[in-house]
Every structure is written in C-alpha cells, then in structure tokens.
Design a protein around this ligand. Structure first.
Ligand SMILES: Cc1ncc(C[n+]2csc(CCOP(=O)(O)OP(=O)(O)O)c2C)c(N)n1
Ligand SMILES: [Mg+2]
Length: 557
C-alpha cells in the first residue's frame, strides 16, 4: 500500500507538506471554522495558496468538503479541537457510509499540555478522545507531532483515503505546525494500486463470461462503486462493446449517461417504473457492477432479482449465484471481462422500453403549483451544463424520474440520508465545478438544518439555483407516520437571500406562471444564486414517496 519510492528528499515543515499533499490531489478549496488550536495552521493554508472558505459551522464544512470530494475526487475540512472536531462528526459518518474521500484536519493543544494533562479549554475527556472517536469513522488517522514520521504518516493516510474512498483524520498540535521535516521530493501520494490475485480473477471472469454469453436477455446494473472508484469509462466501454441494456440505482444515478439508447432507467425494486422493473426482473443474467443492495436502492428490499441469475461484483470481491471470489478488484474484473463477452446485436438486445420522463411542459397561468407539475418543469430545465444536487425528503424520492443527460451530473447522499446535507454540499460542488451550474432540490425541513450556508454561497459569489420545497414540514415522515412533530415553523424562505446580502435573488412561487417567471429570471442571471420557494400542499408528494410510506408503515406493524 505504500506510495512509489523516491530517494530524493527536501526540507519542509509538517504544515507545508500536508498542504502541498492536498494540492497534489488537486484540492484548491478547503472548508472550516477557525479556533485557537488551528490558527497557525490556517495561516500556512492561506500563505501557501489554498482557498479557505469559512462556513457557519463545522458540520456544514464537512458537508461542503464532502460535496467538493464527490465533484472533484477529494475534499478537506479544517476544524479546531473538541468543539470543532465533535461538531463535524455527522458529516464524517456520512462520508464513511457513502465512501467519500473526506480529509479532516484538526488543530490540537500544545504537546506539553497533553503530556502534563493540563485542563485546557475544549477538552471533553482524555486528550486522545477525539482521535479515538475519529478512528472509528475513518480508514486511517494520524497525529502529526513527530517530525521524523510526519511525512510518511501524511503519505500513508492520504493514500488510504484515495484507495478506499473513505474519510481520514489528521491532528496537528499547535507546536508541531512549523516543525521541520524531511519529505520525499514529488511523493506520489495517489499511487496506490488495488490488485487482484491473477488466478482467482481469471476463474471469476471465465465463469461470469460463460454465464453472460449463455444468457438470452442479460442486463447490467451500474452501481455507486463505479462512480467512487472512477471506473465509469471502463464500465461504459463494457456496456457499449457488448451492447447490453443498463440500469442504475438511486445511489448511482447518472454514473453512466441517461441520454443513451441502452439506458433503461433507475431500478428500485417495486418502486421502479414498470418498464424498468419488468426488464430487470425478467432478465436471466444481471451483471451488477458495484451495486449497494441497501434498503433505498432496492425499494425497501422489494427487489426481485433472482440470486441464481446474479453476478454481483464489488470493489474487492465478487459473488456469482451463491458463491464468492475474494481478492478480485472491480476495475480488473471489468477490464478482463469485456473482451470475453460476445457482442449482442443492438436490435436484439436494446431496451424494450426506456423510461422517458421528459414531457412537454406548458405553464398554465394562475394554476396552483403541484409536486407533479413542479418536477415536469424541472425535467425541462435540466441540461448537460447543470449538476443536480438533491437533499433527502420527497425530492430524493422524485429524483429517479429526473432526466440527467450527461454522466455524473447528479449528487445526493442517497444511503446515509442526513437531511441538510445538500445545501452545504452545493457550496462544495459549486466551488469544485465552476464550469457547471448547480441546481439544488431541498425540502423546507432539510433547509432549516443548514440554512446559514446560503450566506456562504452568496459570499463566495456562487450561482446555484436553489428550489426550497415548502410543504410546511416533513412530508416524508407524514407519509410514514403523521403527528404534530412533523410540522415546522413556516419561514419566509424567499426573503433569506436578501437577509444574507443578495438582493433580488429570492422568489416565492404559488402558481405555474410564477414558477416560470422565477426560473427565467434565475436562468438569465447566470452568475448569481437564486432561491425559489415552491409552496406546496402539506401532503402533496411524489408517487414513490406515497408507495414508500405505505411500505414502511406496513413494515412497522
Ligand atoms: C439529520 C437527520 N435528522 C432526521 C432525519 C429523519 N428525516 C428524514 S426525512 C425528514 C424530513 C425531511 O423534511 P423536508 O426536508 O421538509 O422534506 P419533505 O419530506 O417535506 O419533502 C426527516 C426529519 C434525517 N434523515 N436526518
Ligand atoms: Mg418539507
């Protein structure tokens, strides 16, 4: 697992080497909140040319860095000890669950105080408590207090972050920031290769190829690991070489382009559109590439994919029917499998039916806006210059039906599902991808969790179009189990841009023509953010949410 060796070393400092290593990963923007234990490190960050974006709290810094990582490959957040470190934890848990390479850097008290057990501020218990907690949610962690080992620690921790696509943690005591250390010249932090065992790979590939070649109507399901491990080009090559129809899941929506003749739709078990479900469940061989079979991706475990017809490849192992192969790396499997498959004729194997969500949309003056009509309008708004970000709530239930033309233009925390993720994540996406315009769908409940970050979006002059779906509370919970606890204070959401310093960027929409007007102003103001508040009935929701509510209600009985 060690990066490539190089004997040339150069004199640097712990802080400078960590910053240079982040820059080596292509990171230009970092997020966080200052505090006395991290100020010297933040000075080095700024002096060495990283853009530090201060967020309103640490949780939001974590979400912003997560969004940046999803859009860019890796992201970093910088916090102070204790109060900052413990505040960011839910974002780290989300990155751990969703396999996102999020790098957390925390300042820490002077080493002398640690060794004398001085009762310094922000200490919640033992000095190593924060490190111990982070170790549970990260793939690797290091305290950078020893100049002899710091450079190697930095390289190892970052290499593991990228290899396993999991969060990592660094802690730097204030006295260690400027300690001199020797680091390898041009250390290739990213040079970690995941490998397969050749004989196991060959046997697995042969069995999979025989099964696929003998099948009458095979299909491919492209999963989220294709996205995380940057295997989309290889997966698309396989799909196009063999001309098989493919589907995705909500976690992997848009991992391959949806504007493609072989695309069937998003599969979610019984929640899928009929034409998607029928083709997948009638298939006599489904090749699943990096699919997470969790509750949300399988329509609350209603999926009826026959285990006897499944080839289920994950990052490091592969299951065919009822047996497993270990030490088979997904990238190697796809590359080795492609030439062994007999190409089908497109006419014979192309999807019998795609789910085509885009319909003509003509606004009707004075007509109250509904959930169904709103998403019809969104489907006519999205294009290949936009990245759609969705929070948890009815919007993620409606998302399978939204049409994302180009690959990798959809971002959501579709498994961990922490509400409020998407607004700060949009800040990260907007900084990582200035070439695209972010479009955010977020419920009023989720928005109230992390709303302050709208002010950072405005401060950083980003231009997302933010739709706040105001149904006066938690409609997803209302559909599952209603009670007064699902109602929230009805904010004047459209007034917030002005309160945060952006005049003319807020719109309140009650009718279809008001939506039209707001959208056209937002599109014309290409460089400014817009917040469009959509006023919906308290139980108006998507078909999928209505079905999910029935299912979850049934499960709890
Ligand atoms: C941090 C967090 N707390 C609580 C929940 C449980 N939860 C899931 S959806 C939801 C309501 C979301 O409301 P809103 O954002 O308004 O979307 P809507 O359901 O109304 O479309 C809640 C509270 C959660 N997923 N994450
Ligand atoms: Mg709501």
């Amino acid at each position: 697992m060690m990066p490539q060796e190089s004997k040339m070393t150069e004199k640097t400092t712990i802080a400078k080497y960590l910053i240079k290593s982040l820059q080596g990963l292509g990171i230009k923007h970092v997020f966080g909140v200052p505090g006395d234990y991290v100020l010297d490190f933040l000075d080095r960050v700024i002096e060495n040319g990283l853009d530090f974006t201060g967020t309103c709290n640490e949780l939001n810094a974590g979400y912003a860095a997560d969004g940046y990582a999803r859009a860019h490959g890796a992201g970093a957040a910088i916090v102070t000890y204790g109060v900052g470190g413990f505040s960011i934890l839910n974002a780290v848990a989300g990155a751990c669950a969703e396999q996102v390479p999020l790098i957390v850097i925390s300042g820490a008290p002077h080493s002398r105080q640690k060794y004398s057990s001085a009762l310094v501020h922000h200490l919640a218990g033992a000095y190593n408590l924060q490190l111990d907690v982070f170790k549970k949610l990260t793939v690797d962690a290091a305290v950078l207090d020893n100049p002899k080992t710091a450079a190697a620690d930095i390289e190892r921790v970052l290499a593991n972050c990228l290899a396993y696509k999991k969060p990592v943690y660094f802690e730097i005591p204030v006295d260690a920031v400027d300690l001199e250390c020797h680091a390898r010249h041009n250390a290739a932090t990213a040079a970690v290769q995941r490998r397969s065992e050749a004989e196991i790979l060959a046997e697995a590939v042969k069995e999979a190829a025989d099964m696929l070649n003998a099948a009458k109507n095979p299909v491919i399901i492209a999963g989220v690991e294709i996205l995380r491990f940057q295997l989309a080009a290889q997966a698309l090559k396989l799909v196009e070489t063999v001309e098989l129809p493919y589907a995705t899941t909500i976690s992997s929506k848009s991992v391959l382009p949806e504007l493609h003749p072989q695309f069937i739709g998003v599969y979610q078990g019984a929640f899928s559109r009929d034409c998607v479900r029928e083709q997948l469940e009638a298939s006599d061989c489904a090749l699943c590439l990096g699919v997470w079979m969790n509750d949300f991706n399988t329509g609350m475990f209603t999926s009826k994919l026959n285990q006897n017809h499944l080839i289920n490849a994950h990052a490091d192992n592969l299951q065919i029917k009822h047996h497993c192969y270990n030490n088979v790396w997904l990238g190697d499997f796809i590359t080795a499998l492609t030439p062994l498959l007999q190409p089908r004729s497109f006419i014979q194997s192309h999807p019998k039916n795609h789910f085509l969500p885009r319909r003509d949309y003509k606004p009707q003056a004075g007509k109250k806006i509904t959930v169904r009509r709103f998403y019809e309008r969104i489907n006519n708004l999205l294009d290949d210059k936009m990245i759609l970000v969705s929070d948890t709530g009815d919007c993620i239930c409606a998302a399978p039906d939204l049409y994302i033309e180009e690959a990798e233009n959809f971002i959501a925390q579709a498994y961990y599902l922490s509400i409020g993720f998407a607004l700060p994540a949009t800040l990260g996406v907007a900084l990582a991808r200035p070439d695209k315009r972010a479009v955010l769908l977020i419920g009023d409940g989720a928005f109230q969790m992390t709303a302050q970050e709208l002010s950072t979006i405005i401060r950083k002059k980003r231009n997302p179009i933010i739709f706040v779906l105001n149904n006066q509370g938690y409609v997803i919970e209302r559909m599952i189990h209603d009670g007064a606890y699902n109602d929230i204070q009805n904010w004047q959401y459209h007034k917030l841009p002005e309160a945060f310093g952006a005049s003319g960027a807020g719109f309140k929409v009650q009718t279809e023509d008001e939506l039209e007007k707001a959208v056209s102003i937002a599109l014309a103001a290409k460089d400014a953010c817009a917040l469009i508040e959509i006023n919906l009935g308290p139980t108006d929701c998507s078909d999928i949410l209505a079905e999910l509510g029935r299912k979850v209600r049934g499960m709890s009985k």
